[in-house]
Design a protein around this ligand. Sequence first.
Ligand code: GUE
Length: 283
Amino acid sequence: MAKLINGRELADNMQEQMRLDVDTLKKQEVYPGLVVFLVGDDPASKTYIKNKEIAAQKIGIQSKLENYPSDISEEKLLAEIEKYNSNPNYHGILVQLPLPDHIDEEKVLLAIDPKKDVDGFHPMNMGRLLLGNPQALPCTPYGIMKMFEAYDIDLAGKNAIVIGRSNIVGKPMAQLLLAKNTTVTMAHSHTQDLPTLAKQADVIVSAVGKGNFVTKDFVKEGAVVIDVGMNRDENGKRIGDVDFAEVEPIASFITPVPKGVGPMTITMLMQQTIEACKRQELN
Ligand SMILES: Nc1nc(=O)c2c([nH]1)NC[C@@H]1CN(c3ccc(C(=O)N[C@@H](CCC(=O)O)C(=O)O)cc3)C=[N+]21
């Protein structure tokens, strides 16, 4: 039977520490601020944003939501980002993805001042990660690394498989594992015989977006299983990528969905907002 990696509990503990850190900053009259841009009104995005606001409030970070209509022009959105790039009250800028089709995502991410990029999605920050000298990290992979640390999961020399090659999860996840001396395999939709490949892994990170995709046939006895998936089953219940009931008895550690990776993503966003604030305000 696997040990549950309690993301909710770890997130709460880290957020409590961060609140003390922010209290100290406030005594120096430094007030960390985060602005979140939401284009349109995708209901899933709204849930995430609500959770971000709850965390910010708990920690004492000033957070502001800028909600633009889904038909906002790219030019206008870029001008809005410029406004916050030069607003000293906001140390972090997050543009909720995905964006509508008429807006060039790359252009938008490039427009955010890299020192305010608390998502770690700017090409400068992505490049620094690849080169082994990161500043801001993508929050989901960063949160997963904190889980390994908190549960004393040793990575050096282990075989890991990352399933899914997105820019925001899979690719940076592989880089962070590599930096800890893990042997990393990246699997994706063209990978052949994925179950056999996955079954050789000591660590599985699934970021696929398909419910019950990772079955017991993917999992070696004693493997660590991290579930980044956020899906709904036929009854509308939130489920991950991993068939939890089937995999949990085989794994050594497993993350639940919800209350696993999700709360850690938000926690690392807050952490990086505080770090960005310190870099901008303290010298
Ligand atoms: N620029 C940008 N940065 C992001 O970090 C980003 C994004 N765009 N677009 C969407 C994804 C998704 N994402 C989640 C964050 C928290 C939960 C979360 O809090 N999940 C809770 C429960 C959610 C609920 O309330 O049901 C949990 O797993 O326990 C989920 C998903 C951030 N994303």
